[in-house]
Design a protein around this ligand. Structure first.
Ligand code: C5P
Length: 405
């Protein structure tokens, strides 16, 4: 299980508390397990342990100030937020948790937490009265509801001489728990083709038909697949998203281009995940010049785009095929039908509406396959993506063992 941390990028936040001394050992342990660690400290953390110590142990510059021309030059705060696979704040003080719960961004660490789309894990450490205080407990509830993971605190003797809940978990316990949060290397040696984002279908040289897909879910799935050791090709329609690292990206614009790129890549792929919101129709004949608004009415003749997912599933030797179903009504019925009609191995269904599903950070999914189904509760898209990839890996291996026996 321990090799799940191999190559993982952990942004270790340290806030002010006596348990900060344990973060030094934590950094060593994480690196021993193959993780890269970059340390961000709050100013009060520097009263308990020096940035120099953390720099020596992490082997990387330590970041403290939000606007520091030296560290911003090396790796700016937005780059740091993008770099991380997970943010672990250990110790997380009562004050830090309060700031995080209320969305403050008044120092580097809180800003990073706000600016990053990856999972946030906290290892609280504080005096037992502070932990049990209703204000802290209310913050804990708020944070958990938003998908933040809390590890600990443990109960026992405290530095202040009291006994009770508030001790930070030991470094090895944190390493273990963090490793469990990541998926294993169960996709090692497998090629995955993943589509993401919307497509654009030209009406004329300046206008197009498209939809509200942001691409976030597909990108999160691609990242999770790469984290699990997969060799990922991401065929992406136009999005505002940063190209994920460790992933081969094939940018496309139209459904036809997406279809061709997928067909080129699918030959030697074991898994296909269609997370793109492909435009169902395109203009039969896009105008060569900009259409003028001379008439009161304008009729566009549309023709159907190829169904990429169905085409992949209909191949002679199809890969393990996963579709998405975004529906505004009858979610489960439509999803079941799609699973059956398109001959898919699995489908991930999500309810969409004006303020739901598209262009949001959170999502919830109902995942269905021939032998079962599971609801993945509302969570940040990257955590959902990891859960989905875990399901896909399990089902893929199960299918392959039954087929080869
Ligand atoms: O039939 P519907 O469009 O709702 O199916 C959604 C699923 O099919 C998604 O996984 C989507 O990526 C895929 N799809 C596709 N090509 C299309 C339309 C949908 O791959 N032309």
């Amino acid at each position: 299980m321990m090799n799940t941390l191999q190559g993982k990028r952990i942004l270790l936040g340290i806030s002010g508390g006596i348990a900060a001394y344990k973060s030094a050992d934590l950094t060593r342990r994480l690196r021993e397990h193959g993780a890269s660690v970059r340390v961000v400290m709050t100013r009060s953390a520097c009263e308990f342990i020096t940035p120099l110590t953390m720099q020596a142990l992490s082997g990387q510059p330590v970041h403290v100030e939000l606007l520091d021309y030296k560290t911003e030059g090396a790796m700016g705060h937005i780059d740091l937020a993008r770099w991380a696979d997970v943010i672990l704040v250990a110790p997380a003080s009562a004050n830090f948790m309060a700031r995080l719960a209320h969305g403050q961004a008044d120092d580097l660490l809180s800003t990073l937490c706000l600016a990053s789309s990856v999972s946030i894990t906290l290892a609280p450490a504080m005096n037992q009265q502070m932990w049990q205080n209703p204000a802290t407990q209310a913050n804990v509830t708020l944070l958990r509801d938003r998908g933040v993971t809390l590890l600990g605190p443990a109960t026992g003797g405290q530095a202040c001489g009291e006994t009770g809940p508030g001790r930070m978990l030991e470094p090895l316990e944190l390493v273990d728990a963090l490793a469990r949060g990541f998926i294993s290397d169960r996709l090692s040696g497998l090629k995955l083709v993943i589509t993401a984002g919307p497509t654009r279908e030209a009406i004329d040289p300046v206008r197009y038909i498209s939809n509200r897909s942001s691409g976030r879910m597909g990108y999160a799935v691609a990242r999770a697949a790469a984290e699990a050791g997969g060799n990922v090709v991401l065929v992406s329609g136009p999005t505002q998203l940063h190209q994920p690292e460790r992933i081969r990206c094939q940018p496309v614009t139209t459904a036809a281009e997406m279809h061709d790129a997928v067909m080129r890549e699918i030959e030697d792929a074991e898994i296909f995940i269609a997370a793109a919101a492909v435009a169902d129709y395109r203009c039969s004949q896009a105008a060569i010049q900009k259409i003028k608004k001379d008439n009161d009415e304008l009729t566009l003749l549309l023709e159907k785009n190829p169904d990429i997912l169905a085409a992949v599933a209909a191949r002679k030797l199809p890969p393990f095929t996963v579709g998405f179903a975004a529906e505004t009504e009858n979610l489960l019925n439509y999803a079941q039908q799609k699973l059956f009609n398109k001959k898919l191995d699995m489908i991930a269904a999500n309810q969409v509406g004006m303020n739901q599903g598209f262009d949001t950070e959170d999502n919830e999914l109902q995942v269905i396959w021939s032998g079962g189904s599971i609801k993945l509760e509302r969570a940040p898209k990257d955590r959902l993506a990891r859960q989905l990839i875990r399901l896909i890996a399990d089902r893929y291996h199960e299918k392959n063992t039954t087929q080869t026996h």
